[in-house]
Structures are given as C-alpha cells and as structure tokens.
Write a protein that binds this ligand. Sequence first.
Ligand SMILES: Cc1ncc(COP(=O)(O)O)c(C=O)c1O
Length: 349
Amino acid sequence: MFDTKNFPGAKQYWHMGKLYDWDTREIHTMSHVVHYGSSVFEGIRAYESSRGPAIFRLQEHIDRFFRSAAAINMKVPYTKEEIIEACRLVMRENRLHSAYIRPNLYYGYGNLGLTPRACPVELSIACWEWGAYLGAESLQTGVHTLLLPWKRFHPSQINASVKLGGLYVQSNIFATEARRMGYDEAVFLNLEDRISEGPGENILIVNGRTVKTNAKEESVLEGITRSTALELAEALGYKAEVGPITVEEFLNADEAFFTGTAAEITPITKVTDSRDRSLGQNDWKVYLIGEGRPGRITMELSRLYAGIVRGRVPEYEHWLTYAYDSVEEARRTLNAKPLGIAKGALTRY
Ligand SMILES: Cc1ncc(COP(=O)(O)O)c(C=O)c1O
C-alpha cells in the first residue's frame, strides 16, 4: 500500500514504543497535526562505519527536539535517553548501514479546535536510506541557488530557530518555487532584507581565512551542521565568526556553502538574484561565488566532515553514537539476510 520508492530500505517504523510494519497506517485524518502542522521533528543521519551505523550528534539532535517541543508547549512522552535508544533500535530493526532518521512528535486525534486540549502527543521514529539531499553531484560540483525576494519567519513572530512542523510550509513553497524555475535550491531573506538561510540548510560564507554564518536573530534555524562546521573551521586554524550577512556580502564572498544534516556541506557556486520581480527571469543577474567552483576551504571542511561522520577521525569520536552495542553484533546482523517482518505491531521496545 505504501511503496518505499522514496523511502529506500524502510521496513519498520517506531510509534509510541512499538514497531510497525511500514505498510501500517497509524494516524487518523482528523488528527490535529494533519490540519494545523502541530508537530516538531528532527532530521538525523547515521553513516556507515567500521563499527556499524554511527549516528551523528544524536544527543544534540534530541536536545534540540526537546527545545522544539517546548516552543509549542508539547510534553514529550519519553525521556531523552529513551528516544536515543529508540533511534538506535529503528536503525537495527531496519538493518540499514546508513540512514536518515526522522523522529516526529505531533498532536494526534482528539479535538479539532486550535487548542489541542484533547489531543494526545504522539511520537514516531522512522529511518530510510537518503542519499545526497541536493543530488549526488552537488557535494563535489556545488549548486546554483535562487535568491528569493521572500522573507523567512522572523523571531519576533515565532521561534524560528527550532523545528516546528508548521514552519515548514514556507520552506515547502520556497523550495518548490526554486526548483520549478530550474534552480537547485532557494535562499531566503529575513525581514531586514539580509540573508537568512535555505529551506532546509544554513548558509556559511568564507572570506580570506574567516568562515562566517548568521545567528538565530537573523531568522535561521540553529543548525547542528552549522555549529559543527564553525567548530571544524576553528580546529583547522580559520577564524569563525557569527553575525548578520548582507546580500552584498553573500554575493561577493570568496566561497559559500550550505550546511544541514540532509545537505551535509554543499558548496554554493552560483546565485541568481530574483529579488526584482518586475524583471523577467532572463534579466535576473547571475553571480558566480568566487570563481564559480567549490571553494578550497569549503572542500576542506566537507572532506573532514565526511571523515568524522564515518568514524574515521578519532578526535571527534565523541560525536558518534553507534546503533549496535558491539562490532560483532553489527557484523552479525548486517551480513545476515533481513528478517521477515510480520504485519502490524511488534512489541519489542
Ligand atoms: C530550515 C533549516 N535550516 C537549517 C537546517 C540545518 O540544520 P541541521 O544542520 O541541524 O540539520 C535545517 C535542517 O534541519 C532546516 O530545516
């Protein structure tokens, strides 16, 4: 019933303490979240490593998950430790070597008034194989972005630095517009007409030996890859800076890149400025970032990041949580054929 064409490798998901076959539907159409986007979520990646799947900065993702829940007054029905264990469990049960993990907390079926007074808070966690978010080539060749005249939610309107499901209607519309017009990704402004971020990515720029990004006051999500990149930049001897980024600064930067769990570190090589919508698409000015090729510092960070997430850089081992308790268990399980899964709930957690 639910094909997994766009969720490769997905076999089971976790919902409120139980595992369900991917084909099982666990939500009523009159659930609060379906109507009002009353949810919070996380996007986490696990990478193949010599010790089995390594989940990158899981603790930080779960900490942000709780901050997101607090922003919408949701009480999380599990502890952080239980959610961490459930993430490890879904990885094991799906027998995946690498995956994108999606915890989702939402108001379920109860009442449909805007105040979800009778709606239970429910948690589900799924995982599947998700390749490079902006396309297989993007990490090496870079992307062409569309700078939109549209403005991301401002912190004076709502807490836009956490992952509230409803906020993503904006990302959905903006990203769809960029792709419809033939670009790889969108870039949004903030209310002050400075650079905000992408629909699912933070933006960092490089000038000389300084790597810079903007803060949450500039209408950005506090990305975990963003802070990882800043920390790595400092470790490599560059200067890390946080402050507002003007459009001119962005367009004239030596280098620019997106960061995100899904997008990882993706170079931005070209920007089309569509802010003046009185012009036709052919008249929008196209800017090359630097020389229009992925920048040297960007690629240095990207290579280091790729090594760290796969457990190849011992200094950053503390950022990894392994899905299996031991290498032997990982080997035994992942080399074995996937187990047959019965329909319906499997009460193993
Ligand atoms: C709007 C937005 N900005 C930035 C990011 C990058 O955040 P992170 O690096 O924590 O994945 C994401 C993805 O989670 C996002 O949805």
